[in-house]
Ligand binder design. Structure first.
Ligand code: NDP
Length: 481
């Protein structure tokens, strides 16, 4: 645990951390106790006090600290990537060149913000009873509790920490019990980079214990959460007790719409990796593919051919492109969805469909077609390397299906007819539409969901605004007219 700038041993239960590529225990993590979670919040409040080193620091100095931390992440990139591969199983190249680089991109982007955040003046001028000078200021929202999942631990820590720190907030970060090593190391690097004690605290452990302690505690001004819709609902409910601000980045079930004029051979690899990257453990995975009926067979063949080229195995072997699922629980969950889809719901297996190997939690990239509309595979977030294939006649019908789904996180559109592509971009009620590109959010544009995919936005300008409160100041400077 990192509380008030110091590293402590967790005083809660001892948890075994498994290497998902082998199922072997690679580390013991002592989770934080409820008292330690409360101490972290108290430390964040102390660091946020009006005369603290952090609150009196100039925006330019805050920028220097953020750039310093970004430099440290760059310098320790290989080490951080290895930690991610140990705990998540992700291929080392993807951990380094995707996840670590995304964290760097996010910190570098927000490092430029502190000196550019400001309010505006409002011309009240002479009013009925006097002369006024009025302005707004943007103030940090205060103490932020950030709860993040395991699927992209370093990148998602960056999505929360970088804008919160740029805004001048203090933070208590809780990584998932399945992936806390890279995040703890990141917070160590932050403290070494010179952030004052208490500005960034980290309490690791289970959601049911440490997460709940953060939700039950007083002294949190904002909860920012990424994870499942069901836990997001609990965060929302708990925050309502004190009207703490919340932003929730929740589940997705993102459609990938392939128009009849799409260049199938050219797009198949990117389309497949939109569902299979990180073994499908991606909130914006575009895994529900809708193909125009004239090209559906050709697309199914091209996707299967590409899936057959993917190599599966330990993330430490550079030859492997697909690593394991994070845990046995996740392997069971994905296996159950696929088994039900094929053996009970009559889905047609185009590729894969089973666990890969006998040790570790690997699952073969899988493509399933002809599922009934009621299938859970078409409605629920699988969080595994599973792509479903459906056909349509009119793309606007797909828009209706997407817009009436519970989730509205993202969508992909693949095709060349500009009018159709732009009409879909306009009409799809989702947080982000990716056109002819896989769903990987850049740091400088907002990401988040409609409906049960969440509220508020991470990244971009909206991401930092979510950590700021506008304050209005109305100053009477002259006597009544
Ligand atoms: P959760 O929503 O359970 O976990 C997300 C974070 O919340 C973790 O830090 C977790 O801690 C914590 N948490 C869990 N329960 C509570 C609680 N009662 N109170 C406070 N905090 C809590 O996601 P899972 O990791 O269990 O994944 C389940 C499913 O959620 C996935 O299969 C996927 O469908 C979806 N998901 C979506 C993500 C997205 O980015 N949209 C990301 C991750 C998951 P801990 O893990 O330590 O228990």
């Amino acid at each position: 645990m990192i509380i008030d700038g110091e590293t402590h041993r967790g005083a809660g239960a001892s948890l075994a951390l498994e290497d998902p590529a082998t199922g072997e225990t690679i580390a013991q993590i002592d989770e934080a106790s409820a008292e330690q979670a409360e101490a972290a919040i108290a430390s964040a409040n102390k660091a946020f006090a009006p005369q603290s080193a952090w609150r009196t620091m100039s925006p330019a100095q805050r920028e220097r600290l953020l750039h310093g931390l970004t430099d440290a992440i760059e310098a320790h990139g290989d080490e951080l990537a290895e930690l991610i591969t140990w705990e998540l199983g992700a291929p080392l190249g993807a951990a380094r060149h995707f996840e670590v680089n995304k964290a760097i991109e996010t910190f570098r982007y927000y490092a430029g913000y502190p000196t550019k955040l400001h309010g505006h003046t409002v011309p009240l001028g002479h009013d009925f009873d006097g002369e006024y000078f009025a302005y707004t200021a943007l103030e940090p929202v205060g103490v932020v509790a950030a709860i993040i999942p395991w699927n992209a631990p370093l990148m998602l820590a960056a999505w929360k920490l970088a804008p919160a720190l740029a805004a001048g907030c203090t933070v208590v970060l809780k990584p998932s019990e399945d992936a806390s090593l890279a995040v703890l190391r990141l917070v160590e690097l932050a403290n070494a980079a010179g952030f004052p004690p208490g500005v960034i605290n980290c309490v690791a452990g289970k959601g049911a214990s440490v997460g709940q302690a953060l939700l039950a505690a007083d002294g949190v001004d904002k909860y920012t959460f990424t994870g499942s819709t069901s836990v997001g609902r609990q965060v929302h409910q708990a925050a309502s007790r004190t009207i703490a601000r919340t932003s929730l980045e929740l589940g997705g079930k993102s459609p990938s719409i392939v128009l009849e004029d799409a260049d199938i051979a050219a797009i198949a690899p990117a389309l497949a990796m939109s569902a299979f990257a990180n073994s499908g453990q991606v909130c914006v995975a575009a895994s529900r593919v809708f193909a125009h009926h004239t090209i559906a067979d050709q697309l199914g063949d091209a996707l299967a051919q590409f899936a057959a080229t993917l190599t599966i195995g330990s993330g430490f072997d550079p030859a492997h492109q697909i690593g394991p699922l994070v845990s046995e629980r996740q392997l069971d969950r994905v296996s159950n969805y696929v088994d039900t889809g094929i053996n009970q719901e009559g889905g047609s297996l185009v590729f894969g469909g089973a666990r890969h190997g006998e040790s570790g939690y690997f699952f073969t990239p899988t493509i399933i077609a002809q599922l009934p509309d009621t299938s859970a595979l078409l409605r629920e977030e699988i969080f595994g390397p599973v792509l479903t294939l459906e056909t349509y006649d009119d793309p606007l019908d797909v828009c209706d299906i997407a817009n009436t789904a519970d989730m509205g996180l993202a969508a992909c559109v693949w095709g060349r007819d500009h009018a159709v592509v732009q009409r879909l971009a306009r009409d799809l009620r989702v947080g982000t539409v990716f056109i002819n590109t896989p769903p990987f959010p850049p740091a400088n544009i907002a990401t988040g969901g409609f409906r049960q995919s969440g509220m508020g936005r991470d990244l971009g300008t909206e991401g930092v605004l979510g950590f700021l409160e506008p304050k209005s100041v109305i100053d009477r400077i002259g006597p009544a007219a």
